[in-house]
Design a protein around this ligand. Structure first.
Ligand SMILES: [Cu+2]
Length: 183
């Protein structure tokens, strides 16, 4: 009985450096502040691991969902309309190849988004509830008809991308503008 208690105490003492007392440990090796010296690196590793997992969970998990890979029209966009005029837009890291898309009010059109970048991008027109999602290397298309002439912001809604340059203007011209002699 007595032996068991002593053995247990010794085991605990050996397993927890911070508990050791009276052993010939040099002062610089003795833990200070109650936290064992080995805990520092461990906490650091755990923190880094949590950070990595957090980043992956936030930025990669969503866009990599299988559902996004199999559909040609993603996000909130209606499917592309065959035969409708199509605006082509190419996304790279971190830009669109066009700053302006011009369409006619009331006329359905398609937007084709090609992601030539190495990360996920989308094309979001918040005012019109329009969004296309494109993984790296993917092409997606959707259709849209805007009844109200005016200008609308299109951008990539991935945090930081619009401010980095992935932003442009959708210009919706009033119908019956042929007398202006467009380009
Ligand atoms: Cu983007």
């Amino acid at each position: 009985m007595m032996f068991e208690l002593t053995a247990s105490a010794l085991l605990v003492a050996a397993a927890l450096p911070g508990v050791r007392q009276g052993s010939p440990v040099p002062p610089e090796d003795a833990p200070r502040g109650g936290r064992p010296a080995w805990l520092g690196p461990v906490v650091g590793i755990v923190a880094i691991a949590a950070l990595v997992i957090g980043i992956r969970g936030g930025a990669v998990t969503g866009p990599m969902m299988p559902g996004h890979m199999s559909s040609s029209a993603t996000g909130m966009a209606a499917p592309a309309i065959e035969g409708a005029p199509t605006m082509d837009l190419v996304a790279t890291d971190l830009a669109f190849d066009r700053e302006t898309l011009t369409v006619t009010a009331g006329v359905p059109f398609n937007i084709s988004l090609v992601n030539e970048g190495r990360v996920f991008h989308d094309l979001s027109i918040a005012e019109l509830d329009f969004m296309l999602d494109a993984n790296a290397g993917q092409q997606v298309a959707g259709s849209l008809v805007v009844e109200q002439p005016g200008t609308y912001v299109f951008e990539c809604s991935v945090p930081g991308h619009a401010n980095a340059g992935m932003r442009g203007t959708l210009v919706v011209e009033a119908a019956r503008s042929t007398t202006d002699g467009g380009a």
